[in-house]
Design a protein around this ligand. Structure first.
Ligand SMILES: [Mn+2]
Length: 345
C-alpha cells in the first residue's frame, strides 16, 4: 500500500537498517498500546529477516520525560541503534530526544503531530495521524514480512487506532475481511482481536513484554481468559456513565470520573464517545497518585489533542497532547481546578 510520508521515506528506513552492521546493538522502544505492540512485532520481523538481532525491547507510556528515562536503560545495555515507534517523542520529550540523538543512532516511526521546533528530520518517519504506526511498519516490511502470518495483527491495529476512519484504510480492511463495514467493525474479527489484545495490555500493565510474547506466538487463548474480566469491568463503567457523568451543555462536553483498579480511562472514553460523535468526552481516572485524562471527539469538530495540550500548559509534572480525535493528559491532583477551568473555558 502507498503510505503518505510527511517526513522520511522507505529508502531512509532501509539505509538505517543496513547501517546497523555486525556490531550494532539494537533496541526497540514502542508505545504500550496495541498499535505500539504491533509496530514492534513488525519491526522485529523485518530486522530478523535482515539477520539483525534485537538486544533490547521496551514499552512505554507517553509521558514527559520518557526518552530521558529510557536512555538510561539503553546506555546500560550498550545499545547503539534504537528504534522508537508510535511515540511522539519529538513533541512530548523534545529535550530527551535531542540529547539521545547526540549519543546514539535513533530512528523514529510515528504518526503523532510534529514538533515544528525539530530542525534535523533525518531518520524520522512521520505519517498522517490517520495511518497508525503498525501500518507503517507493516508496509515498510512489504515483501519481507510474512503477510499470511501477520495481516490479522495489522488489521487489529488499524481498528484500535481508528485508522479505519480513513477510506483507503477501511478499503484495505475490506480486502482482507470483505464483510467489515464502518458500523459493524467492533464485532468483526479485527475488532475482536484488537479488544482481546487491548484487554491483555490493561490486565498485564507493567508487563507488556508478556503480552508481546504471546502475540508473537499468535497465542490469543491465554489473553481471552483475562479479556472476560476486563470486559465485565468495562461494561460496569459504561453502564455507570449515564448516572455519574456531568454534561456541559454550552461546550457539548461530557465529563466522567471513572473508579476502577484497572487502567481503563482510555478504553472507556473510546467506547462511550462512539455513541455521540458530535460531542466531546473528557474522562478522568486517579492512577498511581496522579490524574489521568482521556479526551475524544469522534467527529473531529473539536481538536482534543490541542485541547489537552492547552489544559496542561505550564503545569508542573504534567503532559498532554495527542490527535485531533483522541488525546490524553496527566496532571498532579493539586492542579485539577486549573485544568477544569481551562477545559470549560
Ligand atoms: Mn498509534
Amino acid at each position: 500500500m502507498e503510505l503518505n510520508y510527511i517526513k522520511g521515506s522507505r529508502e531512509e528506513f532501509f539505509n538505517f537498517v543496513d547501517s546497523i552492521g555486525l556490531y550494532g546493538k539494537v533496541g526497540i522502544v514502542s508505545h504500550i498500546d496495541l498499535d505500539g505492540l504491533a509496530s514492534a512485532v513488525f519491526l522485529e520481523e523485518i530486522l530478523k529477516e535482515k539477520g539483525i538481532k534485537i538486544d533490547y525491547i521496551d514499552f512505554t507510556d507517553i509521558r514527559k520525560d520518557m526518552v530521558k528515562e529510557i536512555s538510561v536503560k539503553l546506555k546500560e545495555k550498550g545499545i547503539t541503534k534504537v528504534f522508537f515507534c508510535d511515540l511522539g517523542i519529538d513533541s512530548i520529550d523534545f529535550e530527551g530526544f535531542k540529547e539521545l540523538r547526540e549519543e546514539m543512532d535513533v530512528f523514529l516511526i510515528d504518526h503523532h503531530p510534529m514538533n515544528e521546533e525539530v530542525k534535523n528530520w533525518n531518520n524520522i518517519i512521520k505519517t498522517d495521524s490517520q495511518d497508525c504506526s503498525a501500518m507503517t511498519c507493516f508496509f515498510l516490511g512489504e515483501g519481507i514480512i510474512d503477510s499470511e502470518k501477520w495481516t490479522w495483527l495489522n488489521c487489529a491495529a488499524i481498528f484500535s487506532d481508528f485508522s479505519y476512519k480513513e477510506k483507503k484504510n477501511l478499503e484495505y480492511l475490506q480486502s482482507v475481511y470483505p464483510d467489515v463495514n464502518y458500523e459493524n467493525i467492533s464485532s468483526t474479527t479485527p475488532g475482536i482481536n484488537s479488544r482481546i489484545i487491548a484487554s491483555g495490555l490493561v490486565y498485564y500493565q507493567g508487563n507488556e513484554k508478556y503480552v508481546y510474547d504471546l502475540v508473537k506466538e499468535r497465542n490469543l487463548e491465554k489473553l481471552k481468559e483475562v479479556h472476560q474480566i476486563i470486559e465485565d469491568e468495562v461494561d460496569r463503567l459504561v453502564n455507570e456513565f449515564g448516572e455519574k457523568s456531568k454534561f456541559y451543555q454550552e461546550r457539548k462536553l461530557y465529563f466522567y470520573e471513572i473508579d476502577t483498579k484497572f487502567n481503563l480511562v482510555s478504553a472507556i472514553t473510546t467506547l462511550v464517545s462512539k455513541m455521540k460523535p458530535e460531542y466531546t468526552f473528557v474522562f478522568m481516572q486517579r492512577w498511581k497518585g496522579i490524574l489521568k485524562f482521556s479526551a475524544r471527539n469522534q467527529s473531529g469538530s473539536v481538536d482534543v489533542g490541542a485541547l489537552m495540550k492547552k489544559c496542561v500548559d505550564g503545569l508542573s509534572d504534567a503532559s498532554g497532547g495527542g490527535h485531533k480525535m483522541a488525546g490524553s493528559s496527566k496532571i498532579q491532583e493539586k492542579d485539577k481546578e486549573i485544568f477544569m477551568k481551562r477545559l470549560l473555558e
